[in-house]
Design a protein around this ligand. Sequence first.
Ligand code: C2E
Ligand code: CA
Ligand code: CA
Length: 914
Amino acid sequence: MYVAIAVIAAAASLSIWQASSAEGQRAADAELIDYAAGRNVFAERLGRLAAEMRGGGPGSAEAANALRQHLTESRALALVFDPTLKARLGRDVARGTAIGLERWLAARDRLWHHAEVVLARVDGHDPAADAASALVAEADIGAAAARALVDDLRRLSQARSRAAVAWVRGGGALTLLLLGVLAFSVVEPTVRAVRRQHGRLADQAAELERQALVAERTDNMVVITNAERRIVWVNDAFVRVTGFAAERARGRLPSELLESPRADPATVERLLDAQQRGEGASAELVIRSADGTDHWVQIDLQPLHDRHGTLTGFISVQTEITALVSDRLKTAALMAVLPDGVVVRDGEGRVTAVNPAAERMLGLQRDRLVGQSVDDFGQPAVRENGVAFEPEELPGRWTLRSGIGRSDEVLGLRSGPDGSQRWLLVNTEPLRDALGQLSGAVSCFVDITEPRRLQDQLATAARTDALTGLPNRSIVLERITRALDHRRRHPGYGFAVLFMDFDRFKQVNDTHGHGVGDELLRQVAQRLTATLRPGDAVARVGHEQRTAARIGGDEFVIVLEGVRAEAPVLAIVGRLIEALNEPYVVCGFHVHSGASIGVVLDPEADATADSVLRDADTAMYEAKRAGRGRHALFDASMHERVAQALKMETELRQALRARELSVVYQPIVDLADGQLRAVEALVRWQHPVDGPVPPSAFIPVAEDSGLITELGLFVLQTACAQLADWKRKLGAQAPQRVGVNLSREQLRQPRLIDEVRACLEDNGLEPRELQLEVTESLAAQDAVVLDTLAGLRTLGVSLALDDFGTGYSSLSCLHKMPIDTVKIDRSFVADAEGSEYHRVVIQATLSVARTLGMASVAEGIETDGQAALMLALGCQLGQGYRFSRPLDPGALTRWLRAGQPQPQLLPETAPARS
Ligand code: C2E
Ligand code: CA
Ligand code: CA
């Protein structure tokens, strides 16, 4: 803009300069024109004077003087104007456009010459008429030349003033142009800026007006003070609420007007401090109005500054919050009275409020909580299962993040004064402002430490065997599952499961009562734990873990974790069997017991805890079958056997009902004369599909399943009925006695005695006509069995010790047994001919038996040689294919009728069935 103005000023001054120089020239030109015009007059005057002098009249002298004067004057003027004229007209003269000047100069020179000639003639008093005539003639020419000069000068002056006018016009146009540019580039934006500024100022003015209106009309009290804190302005609301008129307030300190004795001095102090420092502040305060009522207000104080930054005063906006404070007090009372802990957080997770119950439950004072971001209540929190909470998952934080409430979250804290674990049941709820925006969260919690402790106790109880204190079945399943998992993840890891069953536990229970049984189980548990305890004499196997558990009745399970090889496991098994076999002293009784142990080592890949336990049970069953106090290692084929046993059990049950069972009788003869003395009843099963099933296959199944009681009774009744029948039909030829085999389970039933008695009575038999056969392993140990046997003997029934030589008991025990007959096992008879040892044992047995008054039977005699040897060794009676296979009643009758006192060798044919 300044450049434009400078250019315009230059152009204007140029125009002015041009105008003034044009004026100067015009004046100079006018002077020259006057001078030229004067030359015309001069020439004409010279002509007139010359004409006078030509006449030579009286005025000639006067004319000559005038002539002289004019000539001098002309020469003087020429000196002044000639250079000017030449300068002025020189260029035009050269161009030939101004011929007047040369004509005039030439004419003037000639005028001057002729005038001088005239004057010289006058002075010389010579006649001057001709010279004067010449001068007259020259004067006319001179006048014409002077006029031509005037014309030239006029023309030139006109041309010059035209040019000057053109210059001035050009300058004006330029100025105008520049003014236009200036208008567009500078003035227009300036105008616009000015207009904008004006608009802004108008807006500001309106805004100020509005603000003033708001300040005037708002319900909040507005007070403006000066730098000395004296009131300069108050709004209507102030007047309304405080009751102080604006005029009364002006010039006063707010504290003078509004101070209430109930105001918190610390807050007042703080506000004054802020003002002293020229800073803003906010606070809640009680003020007192003119009528003496108190109001709670929220004060917001802001400093005011002028444009140089100097403090000019304060504006304070005060909001009436009396109702809010009462609400708050109500809430506080509610919080204080709540038995549940309450913690309120703002949107950033900072605690804004806690109640006394929360302080108590968290074991933290208010000031340790309020203002802090304690999502986890200031200490590491754990979940119900003891795992630490992920910070993001803590209920409070979770709700703040998601805006969703959470309920019944269990949170564990170490917050007791003694650092004891506390359990809280936490509910959280998001806090929203009136517009639904998430503004915080509130947590409410109850202390469930005590209920949980009870619950834990119950849980522990549910996982512990109350009697022994050992873990129970569920723990065993857990451990096995864990071991299986571990093995899946760590190939090379192995474990073993030992399943134990106590051999004589039921007996102890039956004989001595449950108290003793329970005590026995406790002692068993102690032995198990002691045997498994690390550092015990038991071979240590790596870093294994051993868990002994009772899973029911007399069944115990041991999980050996971290073992793979068979040898160390079997070492532990051996050690256990040995330890458990030691006699027990229970409530003053000496009890012998022992365990059969089934072992599962390194189960199949797809095994489950249940299947492992079942397999161990199966192996235990096999161990038991193999004899007491043994162990068996599970292998897959056991399943097959178990499955078959199960199938057989079902079929046997049906067979009992469908009368597929029958009884055959094998003669027992006097070895000396071959006479029939007795028969042994042996059960037979004709399976409708599979044909005859050997007793060795189904008797163990019947024993294990309990069916043996029913089966045994069937055999007993059939055999007794048969003997009665024979006695009726054959008279003296009939067998004198029938032998019936009894299983252990049958001997455990005290009612057996009554059944036997009833059976004898029903069939009209003498007790001595019945011999019950029991195996030696059976008769040897069991107190209940011994009782039954004694009962049977009291009845008058005779007892035979079956399969003698196969069991454990030795000859020395024979005298302790309540038996009448010893039946020497078939295996001894078979080996006797070829083995001196067997002969000696048989001989010794027979001699002991004889001494004790017992009869003896040699079983399984198949050859004459065996029969002869047994007789020679001192055996009275014999039984075996040499004499007869077991026969059905009809066949036996025929055998007798055929007069079979003579031993007969029978072909290998199955006996005919009745
Ligand atoms: P056990 O009591 O030792 O019966 C004798 C077994 O030897 C019978 O086998 C009989 O057929 C067989 N035997 C007899 N003489 C000879 C011979 O010269 N050579 C050979 N190789 N064997 C001979 P069975 O009938 O198969 O019975 C086997 C076992 O089944 C019996 O052995 C007995 O322990 C049991 N048993 C059979 N019937 C019953 C019963 O009704 N109740 C009970 N509890 N067990 C029974
Ligand atoms: Ca027998
Ligand atoms: Ca036998």
